[in-house]
Design a protein around this ligand. Structure first.
Ligand code: P6P
Length: 346
C-alpha cells in the first residue's frame, strides 16, 4: 500500500472540515453495515432539508410570496405561514426516491404522508415540525425545525400509523436545525449530542461540538410569563421564587428551538406548563417535546411534564400536547418540587 507523502502534515483544520455529518454518524455507529448507512443517509437528507430551508429563509424578504400567511389553518387551528408549507414540502421532497422513509408525520399535516415509492420497503418514519416558531419568520428572528426518527413497527396497511403512539424512548434519532445567526444542526442517535454548523462556502454541515453536556444548573428560566394567571398556583409560586432570588434571569424568544438551544448550551430550564385554556400545554409531544426531551437527556439533562418523565408519556393521538419542563437536572427538579408541594397542599 502506498505510503503518505513524507512531507504530509496532519492538518487538524482539514480533518475537521472533512468531519461532515454523514462521516460523523458512521463514526458514531462504528459500523458501515446497512442500518448504519441508512441512518447516515437519512441524516444527510435532513441536512439537505436544512440547507434548502436556510436558503429560502435567507432570501425570504426578497422573494415574492415567501412570507406572510396562506390564509389557511392547520390541524392545530393555527394560521399557516407560507414558510411552514414550503418547509413541510421540503422534508417530503428530500425523502422521495430514498427508499428509506415511508411515512412523514408533521405539525402541518393532520395525518402522516406516505411516500408511495418508499413504502413498504422503507422502515423509517420521520416526525417533524418543519418551522418551529414561525411567528418569528416575518421579523427575521431565530426559528428552527425539530425532527424525530422512529422505526416502523408492523405493516400499517390501514395507514392509521398506530405504531407511532408509543413513548419517546422508541426514538432512534432526534434533533433540531437552528436557523439563527448561523444555521446549526444538533442531533443524537443515542450516543451523545453533537452540533454541526453549516459552512455555506462548502454547502456542508461541519462538526462544531461533540458530546455536548448541559450544565447541571443554569441561571436561565425560559417561559412566557404572559400566561402567569393561567397557570396553576404551584407554577406561579415557582415564578415568584425566581423573581425573589438572585442568580436567575429570564430569556424567552417565542421560538422553542432557539430557547431550548440556549438552555442546552448555558443551562437552566425551559417551561411550557399547562394553562387554564390549554391544560395539556401548547407543545406537541411526538415532534416537539419528545425529540427535545430525548436530546437533552442524552446531554445529561432532564425532561418532565412536571409530574412524569416526558419520555414515558404514551400519546393517544398523533398531535397530542404535553406540558414541558426541560433543561438542567437541578432546575427541572426545582420546578417539580414546587408542583409536588402544590399537589400536597390541594
Ligand atoms: P407562546 C411556536 O408557535 C411554538 O410552538 C414554540 O416554538 C414556542 O416555544 C411556543 O409556541 C410559543 O408559544 O404561547 O409563548 O407564544
Amino acid at each position: 500500500m502506498s505510503e503518505r507523502p513524507t512531507d504530509f502534515v496532519e492538518s487538524p483544520s482539514l480533518d475537521r472540515d472533512c468531519t461532515t455529518l454523514s462521516r460523523h454518524i458512521l463514526q458514531q455507529l462504528q459500523s458501515y453495515e446497512g442500518s448504519a448507512q441508512d441512518i447516515s443517509a437519512i441524516m444527510n437528507r435532513i441536512a439537505l432539508a436544512g440547507k434548502l430551508i436556510a436558503r429560502r429563509l435567507s432570501r425570504a424578504g426578497l422573494v415574492e410570496g415567501a412570507l406572510g400567511f396562506t390564509g389557511e389553518e392547520n390541524v392545530q387551528g393555527e394560521s399557516v405561514k407560507r414558510m411552514d408549507l414550503y418547509a413541510n414540502d421540503v422534508f417530503i421532497s428530500v425523502f422521495k426516491q430514498s427508499g428509506l422513509v415511508c411515512r412523514l408525520a408533521s405539525e402541518e399535516m393532520e395525518k402522516p404522508y406516505y411516500i408511495p415509492e418508499n413504502c413498504p420497503v422503507g422502515r423509517y418514519t420521520l416526525l417533524y415540525d418543519p418551522i418551529d416558531g414561525s411567528s418569528n419568520v416575518d421579523i427575521n428572528l431565530t426559528v428552527g425545525a425539530i425532527f424525530s426518527l422512529r422505526q416502523q413497527e408492523g405493516d400499517d396497511l390501514d395507514h392509521t400509523a398506530q405504531d407511532l403512539l408509543q413513548n419517546g424512548r422508541k426514538q432512534i434519532a432526534a434533533g433540531y436545525i437552528l436557523f439563527g445567526v448561523s444555521t446549526m444542526l444538533v442531533y443524537s442517535i443515542g450516543n451523545g449530542v453533537h452540533s454541526f454548523t453549516l459552512d455555506p462556502s462548502l454547502g456542508e454541515f461541519i462538526l462544531a461540538e461533540e458530546n455536548i453536556q448541559i450544565p447541571q444548573h443554569g441561571a436561565i428560566y425560559s417561559v412566557n410569563e404572559g400566561n402567569f394567571w393561567q397557570w396553576d398556583e404551584s407554577i406561579r409560586e415557582y415564578i415568584r421564587y425566581m423573581h425573589r432570588h438572585d442568580g436567575y434571569t429570564a430569556r424567552y424568544s417565542g421560538a422553542l428551538v432557539g430557547d431550548l438551544h440556549r438552555i442546552l448550551m448555558q443551562g437552566g430550564v425551559f417551561l411550557y406548563p399547562g394553562t387554564t385554556k390549554k391544560p395539556e400545554g401548547k407543545l406537541r409531544l411526538l415532534y416537539e417535546t419528545a425529540p427535545l426531551a430525548w436530546l437533552v437527556e442524552q446531554a445529561g439533562g432532564k425532561a418532565s411534564t412536571g409530574t412524569t418523565p416526558l419520555l414515558d408519556v404514551v400519546p393517544t393521538y398523533l398531535h397530542q400536547r404535553t406540558p414541558a419542563i426541560i433543561g438542567s437536572v437541578e432546575d427541572v427538579e426545582l420546578v417539580e418540587s414546587f408542583i409536588r408541594e402544590g399537589n400536597r397542599q390541594e
